[in-house]
Design a protein around this ligand. Structure first.
Ligand SMILES: O=C(O)C(=O)C[C@]1(C(=O)O)C=C[C@@H](O)C=C1
Length: 96
């Protein structure tokens, strides 16, 4: 995890945001790879095998760590993340 920072100027804030975004990109790449493996292992993978209860549960767990965002704001973010992973997995299944 990145250590918390308290930048005071716009350039410092933007530099700190860029560091967070770099960490997020690394984590998103890792998550997409793991989610892709799950799609290959599930009896029905991809969009057809979507598990909305699991998605709601992971959003609820994330909301504990991101209380100011909360589940309602995290849900569309994670929906986009999950759908990006499913699109990637389906593309990789079509073109292995
Ligand atoms: O856990 C699963 O069953 C997955 O397919 C992974 C994942 C995810 O990306 O987290 C993707 C789609 C499902 O709807 C739920 C979760």
């Amino acid at each position: 995890m990145l250590r918390p920072e308290s930048p005071a100027t716009i350039p410092e804030c933007r530099a700190a945001i860029d560091r967070v975004d770099a960490a997020l990109a690394t984590l998103l790449e890792r998550r997409a790879a793991l989610a892709g493996t799950v799609q290959r292992l599930k009896p029905v993978g991809g969009f057809a095998g979507r598990d909305l209860a699991r998605e709601r549960a992971l959003v609820a767990r994330m909301a504990v760590r991101a209380p100011s965002l909360g589940a309602a704001r995290l849900a569309p973010v994670m929906n986009a993340v999950i759908e990006a992973g499913l699109h990637l997995a389906e593309e990789q299944a079509r073109h292995p």
